[in-house]
Design a protein around this ligand. Sequence first.
Ligand SMILES: Cc1cc2nc3c(=O)[nH]c(=O)nc-3n(C[C@H](O)[C@H](O)[C@H](O)COP(=O)(O)OP(=O)(O)OC[C@H]3O[C@@H](n4cnc5c(N)ncnc54)[C@H](O)[C@@H]3O)c2cc1C
Length: 323
Amino acid sequence: MTAAAAAEALARFPTPAATQGPARPPSVSFEFFPPKTEKMEASLWQAVTRLKILAPAFVSVTYGAGGTTRERTHATVTRIQRESGLAAAAHLTCVAATREEIDAIAKSYWDAGIRHIVALRGDPPAAADGSGGLGGRGYQPHPGGYAYAADLVEGLRRVAEFEISVAAYPETHPEAPSAEVDLDNLKRKIDAGATRAISQFFFDNDAYFRFVDRARAAGITVPIAPGILPITNFAKAAEFAGKCGAAVPPWFAALFEGLDDDPATRQLVAATVAARQCAELRAAGVEHFHFYTLNRADLTVAICHMLGIRPQAAAPAVAAAAG
Ligand SMILES: Cc1cc2nc3c(=O)[nH]c(=O)nc-3n(C[C@H](O)[C@H](O)[C@H](O)COP(=O)(O)OP(=O)(O)OC[C@H]3O[C@@H](n4cnc5c(N)ncnc54)[C@H](O)[C@@H]3O)c2cc1C
């Protein structure tokens, strides 16, 4: 890291005084992806078990790029809700299915007790690895399908009274012709019935703050939860960021420089960086954080701890909601 980059990285970190947010801890949600193998399944359950005591408002499970994980997503969402007692949300995309097929999937979620859908357009199956949201470009609506997320939200409202969350892009969706068009699209999704936006991950809080200001000015009043990606592997995160239009500022990259073969230090740096990012967001009044856990608990637990979140013995969210 050059001295200049180090100085900028340091300047980016809020001072302790600036991190004094509201006394009460924020609420959180955790995103998982459906496991492919038994080994991956075991690590998912380890993560769910460690994270559930932090009493998230909900957890969500992605739907693989191209709709490739339909059964696995269903099995994972329903198992999490049934066995952990957490309120689980299913991601659902418009890709590669007719309206009738999507409606039937949604209905089966409702029948299984799932009340929350994260409604997305989805991407073509270029990166069909189940990680969600990292597919390639060249999206074509399925003939007879829902074309965009706003259409899906409208369709879901006809199926049942789901709580619906949608995606938002602080740095603009890569295929949108302009930031204004993208914001209009978010407004359409909210007007169609979504009650929460969850943001794409970002590393520069100023991008999120500017976006929220613009959304409020455009009449979008629903919560816009910042999506936080704790960095387990910087090279991979930078590659994901490139695909989904999230900038990796040089000062941020500099913090991870030289740590590719030093996982222990990288983990400490990642926790510090994300905790500082969240502290600054919290100080600015953010009430809810959504964590892209990648099915790992360590960093998310550490960041939540630094946000003041402590293990709860309280009844799981879904049981409380049902009562
Ligand atoms: C929180 C979160 C979770 C995600 N989870 C998943 C997941 O589980 N599985 C997965 O495959 N992907 C997931 N993604 C990625 C997402 O599917 C992609 O980013 C996808 O490219 C866009 O989805 P969207 O719902 O934002 O689409 P939309 O809101 O439909 O917008 C997509 C693009 O189309 C444009 N657009 C919208 N309507 C129109 C129209 N009528 N005419 C022309 N252009 C239009 C928009 O401006 C935008 O550029 C997730 C993303 C986020 C932020």
